[in-house]
Design a protein around this ligand. Structure first.
Ligand code: SF4
Length: 280
């Protein structure tokens, strides 16, 4: 049995929170640069250039990519041959978030209760998803999720007869309704199948795929392309100021489901899609 100490866990989560908020991933940075070339609207082009400059400034000056440093979502894949020692697993992740946000002087955006709404002042607790997997490693992914885009997500329980057309209609309508609110250009995560809540989780996980990487199944890759074209035909454009590039990518994930249902969820991310991973 391999042992991993909670102190290493705290340190790693803290580092991942800092890195995620300060350094835009290379795949997304490249996608923004490409979008500058492809955007036809002069205002849209300027917006996109500003986003590239913003990412440069954040990295060089060690400043947050966006003032909304999000609510932290943590995906942990814990090898079944690993034993966590020295304390509580979830408490350590929470401590790591607290430490990282304090170190980065990041905005604390989490309230203690959805109705009482007192700020916890340290951006905790995070939302934690843990999976037990084979092996002796611990893979940690930190996703600080801004709520301008999170608020615009949606789930719909479609009927099986609605099929791919129903999925397309739902996603395009969700993006249309969202307009400028989620800070386009977007990365659109789509989850189809499972149950209501699992479709939502699939949609969030879909955001973590490198931007623009296609689904390995050719029919689903085709659907992603069709969705991207349909969304970009809406004309919302960068920051909602009009243009071709409303979204940089659509990533779709599927899972087996019940004979009577077709759950479909869409999780939108703004251009400031932040996530970092480390394997211990
Ligand atoms: S949606 Fe994204 S870019 Fe817009 S304010 Fe929130 S984190 Fe920032």
């Amino acid at each position: 049995m391999r042992e991993i100490s909670v102190s290493l866990l705290v340190e790693t989560i803290s580092e991942l929170c800092l890195e995620a908020n300060l350094v835009l991933n290379a795949d997304l940075y490249r996608a923004l640069e490409k979008a500058v070339e492809e955007e036809e609207s002069p205002v849209g082009k300027e917006c996109l250039s500003n986003l590239v400059a913003n990412a440069d400034a954040a990295r060089q000056n060690q400043l947050a990519l966006c003032q909304d440093t999000g609510m932290v979502v943590v995906f942990a894949e814990l090898g079944q041959e690993v034993r966590i020692v020295g304390g509580d697993f979830e408490a350590a992740i929470t401590e790591g978030v607290r430490h990282g946000y304090e170190q980065g002087f990041f905005r604390c955006s989490v309230v203690n209760d959805p109705f009482l709404r007192e700020n916890t002042s340290d951006n905790t607790p995070p939302v934690i998803y843990t999976r037990i997997v084979p092996g002796d490693t611990l893979r940690l992914t930190v996703v600080p999720k801004g709520f301008g885009s999170e608020n615009m997500g949606a789930v719909q329980m479609l009927t099986p007869a609605e099929g791919k057309e129903g999925v397309k209609r739902f996603i395009v309508n969700t993006v249309l309704k969202a307009g400028a609110n989620p800070c386009p250009p977007l990365i659109i995560g789509v989850g189809v199948g499972g149950t209501m809540e699992y479709a939502g989780l699939l949609a969030k996980k879909a955001l973590l795929r490198p931007v623009g990487d296609k689904h390995p199944r050719s029919d689903l890759a085709e659907l992603e392309d069709e969705l991207l074209t349909a969304v970009n035909n809406l004309g919302i454009g960068p920051q909602g100021l009009g243009g071709r590039i409303t979204a940089l990518a659509v990533h779709l994930e599927v899972y087996p489901t019940h004979i009577a249902g077709l759950p479909c969820a869409v999780n939108l991310s703004c251009h400031s899609l932040r996530h970092k991973t480390k394997v211990l």
